[in-house]
Design a binder for this molecule. Structure first.
Ligand code: SAM
Length: 349
């Protein structure tokens, strides 16, 4: 135990560990070590971000997807998914509602949907930036060519969220169809960074076949990429996917990984995700107390909410945007944190 605490002290001091050390920490973790880690993670978080919690308004604008990721409820071959697309006007109206509620970052997320050509996307991005020049716009629309990423950036997109999912190529191949590769996904992230986006990556915790070695490789990859943001959440099975009967990732391991990430990249933006709130009623509060500093309430119209179903039992599918916003504000207040109205740019630059 003392040895593991010393590893955490080393992590805090040097912001890096070897693969063997990461594995040792992850495999050797227990409740006492986790409390030790979270106290240090909170110290770092308070040092850079005080008790502020940044909010991002998530607009899930399409659930059509050309990909067939084995874990995902909106995978192409899920014929039970009820598909929808939001029009440009729908998207702008979500932004309008969000702006009134104090959001200064909008996240456009969706499946990889060819209906939204680069031309259409550029138009949507330009309109949002024209109407809300004081807001940051994040895209999360999957793997595209470098030229497409450049076009969105030139149109005004500021940030891009693309989880690497798992850094280990063999593990990646067990979660995805043969048409997708870890190498291409990682290349996209390097391209995005190179273009000038503020970049977010991340992974699922407890995805099928995941080992402590894989998680250690995720940490090493993230350290190398040095992103502005890291989105992690537990894997949760979806009943209409090949992983329907797999076990979900745990709250406990997800919180531990959040704490490690905060010490490895103290200035990074770290959301307490909806998936974390789904596996435990206080998941997002616990995420903040483990070192997270961002929440991402939903701005999508209630009429389509339940259809953006990546995993089973997703929370907040019946709530209006305002309800989500104020519910999160209350939840954050209850643990001594404040939601702030600002773009909330990353200090990890
Ligand atoms: N298509 C875009 C992309 O590929 O990045 C964005 C949408 S994708 C559905 C967003 C994220 O949802 C993925 O990066 C994945 O980590 C997460 N996700 C998908 N299925 C999940 C599941 N069953 N449990 C937890 N997270 C899941």
């Amino acid at each position: 135990m003392e040895h593991l605490k010393m590893l955490i002290d080393k992590l805090k001091k040097e912001q890096a560990l070897t693969k063997e050390e990461w594995v040792e920490l992850i495999e050797g973790r227990n409740a006492e070590l986790a409390e030790y880690l979270f106290a240090l993670a909170r110290e770092e978080r308070h040092h850079y971000y005080d008790h502020d919690v940044y909010v991002r308004g998530l607009i899930e604008f399409t659930n059509y997807c050309k990909n067939d990721c084995l874990y995902c409820g909106i995978r192409k071959s899920n014929s039970n998914a009820k598909r929808y697309r939001l029009s440009e006007e729908d998207i702008l109206s979500c932004c309008g509602t969000g702006y009134e509620l104090g959001f200064r970052t909008f996240v456009l997320q969706g499946g990889e949907d060819g209906f939204y050509t680069d031309e259409k996307l550029v138009h949507i991005i330009s309109r949002i930036k024209e109407l809300y020049p004081d807001c940051a716009l994040t895209l999360s629309i999957g793997e595209k060519s470098r030229e497409s990423y450049q076009a969105y950036y030139d149109a005004g997109a500021d940030r891009y969220l693309l989880r690497h999912e798992t850094a280990n190529a063999a593990h990646y191949a067990k979660l995805h169809p043969a048409s997708l590769s870890a190498a291409n996904r990682q290349q996209c992230l390097w391209d995005l960074k190179d273009i000038g986006y503020q970049v977010g990556t991340g992974f699922m915790v407890g995805s099928p076949y995941q080992t402590a070695e894989h998680l250690a490789e995720d940490l090493l990859f993230i350290k190398k990429l040095n992103p502005h943001m890291i989105g992690i959440g537990p894997f949760i099975p979806h009943h209409d996917t090949p992983f329907a009967d797999e076990k979900a990732g745990t709250l406990e391991l997800t919180l531990f990984m959040l704490g490690l990430l905060r010490l490895m990249l103290p200035k990074v933006l770290l959301p307490a995700t909806t998936a974390l709130g789904t596996i435990h009623p206080k998941g997002r509060e616990l995420g903040i107390q483990a070192g997270a500093n961002v929440v991402m309430p939903n701005l999508s119209p209630v009429s389509v909410r339940k259809d953006y179903s990546l995993y089973d039992n997703k929370i907040c599918t019946g709530d209006e945007a305002a309800e989500c916003r104020f519910c999160l504000e209350r939840r954050m207040k209850s643990i001594g944190y404040n939601i702030v109205t600002s773009r909330g740019d990353s200090l990890n630059i």
